[in-house]
Design a protein around this ligand. Sequence first.
Ligand SMILES: Cc1cc2nc3c(=O)[nH]c(=O)nc-3n(C[C@H](O)[C@H](O)[C@H](O)COP(=O)(O)OP(=O)(O)OC[C@H]3O[C@@H](n4cnc5c(N)ncnc54)[C@H](O)[C@@H]3O)c2cc1C
Length: 337
Amino acid sequence: MKQLLEKRIANGVVVHEKIRLSPYTTMKVGGPADFYVQVHTSDALMRAIQAVRELDIPYFLLGCGANIVIGDLGFRGVVIHNRSKHISIDGNLVTAESGAIMYPDLIEQTASHGLSGLEHYVGIPSTVGGALWQNLHFLSPAPDRERTMFIEEVLDYADLLTQENILQRVGVDYFEFGYDDSILHYRDDIVLSACFRLEQNNQALIHKVMNENLSWRALRHPDLKSEPSVGSIFKKIQGIGAGRLIDQCGLKGASYGGMVVTHRHANIIVNQGDGTAANLQALINFVQKEVAQQTGYHLETEIEFVGEFNLPTKGMPVFLPRPEGLVTAEELAANQS
Ligand SMILES: Cc1cc2nc3c(=O)[nH]c(=O)nc-3n(C[C@H](O)[C@H](O)[C@H](O)COP(=O)(O)OP(=O)(O)OC[C@H]3O[C@@H](n4cnc5c(N)ncnc54)[C@H](O)[C@@H]3O)c2cc1C
């Protein structure tokens, strides 16, 4: 199969076997992929997708792995890791291959050209493809932060390899964007590149927004380098944040194995180093059950589960103490309202 895939994808792209996926996700969990391919151009991405479709092999397209949890048993099929990164700027139009990293790569470049529109999304781990899949979002600039901004607002068009294997240029409407949602959740279209229409603005103002947003995140979110996570675990419930419910139910610090509901932010679970997907699933089940029992609300996960999973860890969690001196995201939010 390895040789067959390499022949079909061509141009020297190497197919690896039995590669552990945990290093390629922000949560740092996930067993081996049967086959693993890195593609460095949108052409190679297109050929890899066409090859796995022709050979009828299960596949998964991986970006930064920031919104997915891969099972401890890994993935049976081919993981195509999108590292196509080319970015070009023509006036206020910015075209990026879909594996381009939003921050720092794309946003630093647009900011240095005085182009505004993407700076709101600094500090969020994402490829361009993942950003369209998710309709990447963040709050509007300080001090008001009165609304949520979405990447759809600056998307001009995208080039896709559609589910039907057709190369197609599509506009914003095609994506049927919603909150954490787009057509990419329901159709197996592959984003090859995206073009953003940005606005000229004062570079100092753009950097001000970037710095304020990075500081906002640093105060509320665990640092991905030392505390791997997948961002928010549960979807927002209208009017009440999932984190606030989890906090009210006294579930911060709950832990199975290396996974813990962090005291910093109740809707984030961090991997303390040796956490597994089985630990994470046990913790998610525990939080859902407790919140439902105590409040009547059912929390739904907003992350994607990929590949094969062991059964969740059995038993009850242990509770880890709150670190001294920590100011939590929930306390910061309460002080501001
Ligand atoms: C610490 C942290 C903070 C976060 N904060 C935010 C936030 O403020 N706002 C927010 O919106 N999100 C946030 N997230 C979630 C995450 O960053 C986004 O969902 C991001 O867009 C995921 O992109 P990715 O490249 O990692 O995609 P992956 O996680 O690798 O993939 C996610 C899905 O997208 C699909 N996909 C990837 N590339 C393509 C493509 N080219 N074509 C078609 N489908 C594709 C994958 O197949 C998969 O189904 C946060 C995550 C973390 C870890």
